[in-house]
Design a protein around this ligand. Sequence first.
Ligand code: ADP
Ligand code: MG
Length: 226
Amino acid sequence: AEESMIQSEKLSVIGELSAGILHEIRNPLTSIKGFLQLMQTTEQLNQDYLDIIMREIEQIEKITSELLYFTKPRSERFAQVDLSNIAHETLQLFESQAMNLRIQMVLDTGDCSHFIFGDKTQLKQVFVNLIKNALEAIHRDGTITIRLTSVDQYEKVLIQDTGSGIPQHIFNNLGKSFFTTKASGTGLGLMVTYTIVKNHKGSVNVTSKEHSGTTFHLRFPKVTAD
Ligand code: ADP
Ligand code: MG
């Protein structure tokens, strides 16, 4: 009985969440449609309308890219995966963007593999979402450090930025869906991150100092060599 209750609770949370997400996607779609209709009526291209349409499309893009790999955990997709490899692949995705913003990205793996048991695509999503936040917090000129270490029975991941930092009073909101302090944020990145890490039996801790930077500490159970 207890188990089925937990199950249905989970379902309602997922239901609420997808309703929220659909809402966040429908709003920009409604606005895109409205401005296109206006241009259709006036039979004229309007640069301001086009700018809004582009912004709204980018917003939908953002939401979908943060959710792309956020699926139900599928145990059959779990395998031994190397966090060094995932971190390396993810950093490559952001290389040109970081260079344009003069943000240095440093990856320290201690020159070794860091194996955990998990879903590679989902873990990549975790790195993507945290690095995105780090880039946005720095804005321009700064450093993002990713350090992987093996401590006791854990693989630890540190993602540190020299950005704006997180004000104390919003700490409790981190990871809540749709919580954002950004003008065009989605408020989904951390929620997705926390959920994926939890599905991997890991944990997330955050330390931050306003105006000097933020560090996310992740911890996953290590795969013992066999
Ligand atoms: P979004 O990035 O769309 O706002 P997230 O869930 O990724 O949504 O993050 C939620 C909020 O947490 C952000 O709006 C920001 O206030 C705060 N935050 C997350 N990561 C960082 C960071 N590295 N530095 C500063 N603030 C952060
Ligand atoms: Mg984000």
